[in-house]
Design a protein around this ligand. Structure first.
Ligand code: NAD
Length: 533
């Protein structure tokens, strides 16, 4: 009863109560999981706000994972925004205050030299999926240090809920190297180290020790790097992507979901991939990750690498990213620093560059002003506008604004969910460019064949597969992603496509199954109670 993976609560049968010595520990009425679901859903909906709903779901997860996952799967559209964005952002901000029972491993810089020992304290010996953060850039909220633990916990819950990865295999980890969010140093309830972030060689050695300890403790594990600051994120990804099966969801998962959105949007505009001009606001992990994968997609469609990169332009905090900008440009921006005159603002850049697609990934809420969005509609019959910054308060514009300011012609997607909008009698369903469409399927596919690495080719395959799953009916509503109610199906198809790609790239350690999709589906965890007697 105290093991959340085994607990059935009031659903323990009469025979189980006798055999396991549970009689008296439970009320006499034996219930079905369906009855428990009615009760859990009622309790969930009675909670006054999203944070309380989050706390309720976390408590349920800690008590009875079968019931938790069944509830989340049956009400995916209602629950995913609670266990992940946008509510998880607020949950992280208040992680210290709502902290009840630790989930996952906290490894601090004080553990340097003994990380292998700390990993051994985790009770599961066959971990396959690790999501790890150092808390430096949590969503669009900045440095939250150890409070960032909500992110690996939430992402792993999505792996199970959305792709059926068995929860037994999952391990959330927070690497606490301190925080530069000084307000936390003064907060007596802050759960992490009250010190400035350790950087440089000491940080690099800590990460190196972590990777080696994981490789030896869990040789089959995939490491998902999550919400690292962008100076460390690119460096860690490049250093380890060929050494250990790993990827960075903020860079590669985001890229895949955004490219899938672009492919679907082009089905609506009728435009060609090779003829797009994309203007990004924000040249960080998300923006340059999307541009890199777009480049791969455009090359596959016939452009040279140089031509493909020339389709992507960036505005960052210092204006248009151009070649002759004084000072040293960060490495990830260099391929997109074109030979052009400097431009100070996004509005001016839209005016001069005349993009077909505008992507917001700078964490600057309200950056897409009415003037900017109207200009996009002047340039394009169907302007593609992605306001991807999270959480909702950081979105560059709302769905309603995008449709209103373009007279209903925009193809809009956002990072956090927006409700459908009715404009001039037509109802639009805005797409949510949620990474959850991609990473669970990619992870499941890679784990199913024990891939040695995760590559951009796999993320491009995932994007193409996702876009193909968008129906004409979805497109008619302006929706460029499938409904989240189909997420298990989406993940199964992506996992199968990724497994095939692993074989094409020669990275699979297991032989190719005869029926790939059946193999994937057979591996998926189903939230049903086992019979113990
Ligand atoms: P990041 O820190 O790596 O990059 C942010 C970039 O924005 C930097 O290049 C910075 O220079 C730029 N920037 C900051 N202020 C600016 C300003 N005033 N004008 C123009 N540019 C400015 O962060 P990231 O990982 O790239 O994430 C950025 C945002 O994208 C976050 O809000 C995050 O929540 C969101 N995001 C959304 C999704 C999704 O929707 N699926 C996925 C990942 C990230």
């Amino acid at each position: 009863m105290n093991n959340s993976l085994l607990n059935k609560g009031t659903a323990f049968t009469e025979a189980e109560r006798d055999a396991l010595g549970l009689r008296g520990l439970l009320p006499p009425q034996v219930m079905t999981i369906e009855q428990q679901l009615v009760r859990a859903l009622g309790n969930f909906r009675r909670k006054a706000d999203a944070l309380e709903k989050y706390v309720f779901l976390t408590t349920l997860q800690n008590r009875n994972e079968t019931l938790f996952y069944r509830l989340v799967q049956e009400h995916a559209e209602e629950m995913i925004p609670i266990i992940y964005t946008p509510t998880v952002g607020q949950a992280c901000l208040e992680y210290g205050a709502i902290f009840r029972r630790p989930r996952g491993l906290f490894i601090s810089i004080k553990d340097k030299g003994r990380i292998a020992e700390v990993l051994r304290h985790w009770p599961i010996i066959d971990v396959r999926m690790i999501v790890v953060t150092d808390g430096e850039r949590i969503l669009g909220l900045g440095d939250l240090g150890a409070l960032g633990m909500g992110i690996p916990v939430g992402k792993l819950a999505l792996y199970t809920a959305c792709a059926g990865l068995h929860p037994y295999y999952t391990l959330p980890i927070t690497l606490d190297v301190g925080t530069d969010n000084v307000a936390l140093h003064d907060d007596p309830l802050y759960i992490g180290l009250h010190q400035k972030r350790v950087r440089g060689a000491e940080y690099d050695e800590f990460i190196e020790e972590f990777v080696q300890a994981v490789k030896s403790a869990y040789p089959k594990a995939l490491i998902q790097w999550e919400d690292f600051g962008n100076t460390t994120a690119f460096h860690i990804l490049r250093k380890y992507e060929k050494q250990v099966c790993s990827f960075n969801d903020d860079i590669q998962g985001t890229a895949s979901v955004a490219v899938a959105g672009i492919l679907s949007a082009l089905r609506l505009t009728g435009g060609k991939l090779t003829e797009q001009k994309i203007l990004f606001q924000g040249a960080g992990e998300a923006g340059t990750g999307i541009a890199d994968l777009f480049t791969a997609a455009a090359q596959k469609a016939g452009l040279t690498e140089a031509q493909a990169r020339a389709c992507c332009w960036f505005v960052d905090s210092q204006g248009l990213v151009v070649k002759n900008r004084p000072g040293k440009l960060a490495e990830h921006k260099v391929p997109y620093a074109h030979d052009a005159a400097p431009i100070a603002t996004l509005a001016e850049a839209v005016e001069k560059l005349r993009p077909t697609i505008l992507v917001g990934v700078s964490g600057q809420g309200k950056a897409f002003t009415q003037a900017i969005v109207t200009k996009m509609a002047e340039i394009n019959k169907h302007p593609v506008i992605f306001a991807l910054s999270n959480p909702t308060s950081k979105a560059e514009c709302t769905a309603e604004e995008a449709y209103q300011w373009t007279d209903g012609r925009a193809i809009f997607a956002s990072g956090s969910p927006f409700a459908p909008v009715t404009y001039k009698g037509k109802t639009f369903v805005p797409g949510q460019g949620n990474n959850v469409y991609i990473f669970p399927g990619v992870g499941l596919g890679a784990l199913a064949c024990e891939s040695k690495q995760i590559t951009n080719g796999m993320f491009l395959t995932a994007a193409e597969t996702l876009s193909k799953l968008v129906t004409q009916e979805d497109l008619d509503m302006g929706r460029i992603y499938p409904s989240l109610t189909k997420i298990l199906e989406v993940s199964a198809k992506i996992a199968a496509a990724v497994l095939e790609e692993c074989h094409r790239e020669g990275l699979a350690r297991l032989p190719r199954p005869a029926d790939v999709e059946a193999d994937i589906r057979a591996r998926m965890f189903k939230p049903e109670y086992r019979n113990y007697v």
